[in-house]
Design a protein around this ligand. Structure first.
Ligand code: BT5
Length: 255
């Protein structure tokens, strides 16, 4: 179903959730749904408010990187106000929700690549960006931003041609964006209400056991990705036997 049929009413119809999607803002095109969500959160938007766009002109990844959101992509940001102790589970919740939604809507199997990528056939189909805002010593709000390549051919976009895939490319036919949105919202709602997301997240990580190279700022680490911590960090066994705990970085598989 093309994006132009989308509306707040349609998105809310048949989307049964407790928290996520209580309030929906739909913009066919915007700068960055994370930016719009952060503005709404500053203006006291309720927890579960969702900002959805079919195209972004200034979509962003981590560390100020660009996120390409051409027509046929889906950008979705959710405002949450969790307890601080749950912050590290947000990436697990978002990753599991996306993996399940992809499988429910398309039947495609996807993998979670630490820390924030969803892959199909080793190519990136989705990136997740979590941004937290603090007030004094407490959390003011978190925004989970999900960028999902639904109906476009990455080969048409030079910046992602070699690294990205989309649901339509993997499936060989267009996918209903509406179904994807509804399912992602419902899966997010389920996983946000679950206490233990760590066990399933760990099980679904494609990174564990692999020979990896991790670049984190100016530091580069190589070794075997051995395990993950409850806080979402990655333990890497270096060639000299030392176990390093990595909290941020970009992973490349060496073999
Ligand atoms: C991410 O960052 O993967 C997080 C992307 C989050 C995007 C969502 S869309 C909704 C919300 N609003 C926003 O403005 N952002 C969020 P990172 O791990 O830093 O990866 C960024 C890298 O992914 C880029 O440097 C490219 O190499 C690659 N990339 C960019 N666009 C892509 C795409 N559409 N598909 C696959 N890879 C892409």
């Amino acid at each position: 179903m093309p994006d132009e049929y989308l509306s707040v009413d349609l998105i809310k119809q048949n989307t049964v959730t407790r928290v996520i999607g209580r309030n929906v803002i739909y913009l066919p095109v915007t700068t960055s749904t994370n930016e719009v969500a952060r503005q709404a959160a500053r203006e006291r938007a309720t927890e579960g408010t969702v900002v959805i766009a079919g195209q972004q002109t200034a979509g962003r990844g981590r560390l100020g990187r660009n996120w390409s959101s051409p027509p046929g992509s889906l950008a979705l940001s959710v405002i949450l106000r969790p307890q601080t102790s749950r912050l590290s589970s947000l990436i697990m919740i978002a990753s599991l929700a996306v993996v399940h939604a992809i499988e429910k809507v398309t039947g495609l199997k996807s993998q979670i690549k630490w820390p924030n990528d969803i892959l199909i056939n080793n190519k990136k189909v989705c990136g997740i960006l979590i941004e937290n805002a603090w007030k004094g010593s407490g959390l003011d709000y978190s925004v989970i931003g999900i960028g999902l390549n639904v109906n476009f051919n990455p080969a048409d976009y030079e910046e992602v041609a070699n690294i990205a895939t989309s649901l339509s490319m993997e499936l060989g036919r267009p996918v209903s964006v509406l179904k994807v949105i509804r399912t992602v919202l419902m899966e997010l709602d389920i996983y946000y209400s679950v206490n233990d997301v760590f066990t399933e997240w760990k099980k679904r990580l494609t990174t564990l056991g692999k020979d990896v190279k991790i670049v984190s700022g100016k530091t580069m680490v190589t070794g075997i990705a051995e395990s993950v911590g409850l806080d979402g960090s990655l333990d890497v066994r270096c060639p000299d036997g030392v176990l390093l705990r990595i909290t941020v970085g970009d992973v490349t598989f060496k073999s």
